[in-house]
Design a binder for this molecule. Sequence first.
Ligand code: BES
Ligand code: MN
Ligand code: ZN
Length: 429
Amino acid sequence: MKFCQIQIITLFFLGLGDKEKLDRDSFQKAIYKLTKSAIKLDLNELSFQKENIDIENNEFLYQIIEAVSLGSYNFDHYKKEKSGKISYINFPEKLDNKNSNTDVEQLVVLDSQNFVRDLVNLRSNDIYPETLAQKVKERFAKKDVNVRIYNENQIKEMNLTAYLEVAKGSDNPPRFIVMEYLNGEKSQKPLVFVGKGLTYDSGGYSIKSNAGMKTMNADMAGAGTVIGAMDAIASNELSVNVVGVVAACENSISGKAYKPGDIIRARNNMTIEIDNTDAEGRITLADAVNYASTEYNPEMIIDLATLTGAYLVALAESYTGAVTNNQKIFEKVLEAAKEADEKIWQLPNDDTIRKYNESQVADVKNSGGKLGSTITAAQFIENFIEEKPWVHLDIAGTAYLSKPQGLFEKGATGVHVKTLYNLAKKYSK
Ligand code: BES
Ligand code: MN
Ligand code: ZN
């Protein structure tokens, strides 16, 4: 008996408009839409034929792979009905062979980014400090990353006292997560990435509104990006020394929670007047960056945090806000971000604005009030940096979208996994 195999092919013709006007954004958006249509038709494989496009180089492949990968992402964890995805992309042979190494490298980074999106999109009843730590353990089990998870008692012993003040209001105990990937030369100072890891931010006694609170499962997006960047760097085996630090906890209300007016002490012995319990991220970061500064001899510290609502008001969901104490280092981060097509906007680290953080009764206040509040939030963190080169990235606007934007659906974006990866690559032999 003879079998005859029938292959059904769906052909898409993609109109890209005026050739002169075709840029990266419009090209990728077209591929993204194509991906969505293909998924709707239950397809899981796309083959590209190049007709009338001259971009016969890496960039062309790169843009397609990215748009298909991001277009394939759909957060369906809580849905009975799962949506499909594109698992195979084929290119004309000539292009394919030439670029196969960069393809794999890029796919790994995109996979890390989509992993971050899942972590951030999952809700606080599923992702709390213990489960976040568990996910990190699992993800790095077979990779060359040394993961250390510290519990409440150990955190106490490590003197991370300000962080504990934020954590103590919750029944879900904190977890301090340190990830070391030391694959560079022994003499190379590590890049240290610190991520805000609030697995939920209710505001505490300075309670948020219902609308303000609802998406605060995403207040660990900074932590997510740090975890994702470590993942991409380790998976692609870059020759570089990188450390990731996350002080994970919940900002809750209970009889044990910290209150407005309290004066607490940080790891570096500074006292902090609690002006507002909803300015909690900077307190956890104070101890985390201080730990990073003193335990490692960092080449630079980059902290990533969904830190201020004010930033959203100023620059919507398109730009990450940056504050630095070292312009040279910042330029490197900016370059890495540009290569990643992830936008960053620098704000002034101005001494007249720093004054808003001054307290009458303590060494510093945890909120400088409304004026310049994205800047004062960053400057608060700077007190604990021990003068190490530092870049602060406020991702309150860019980490979690209230509506679809570019190649991203509503929700988590995994922003800056690519930036940190590109940066690490610059330091890699
Ligand atoms: N996690 C929030 C910032 C935030 C708001 C991120 C909206 C994403 C979307 C942060 O902990 C916070 O509550 N910040 C306050 C600080 C204020 C009380 C000084 C803010 O920005 O309103
Ligand atoms: Mn808050
Ligand atoms: Zn927060």
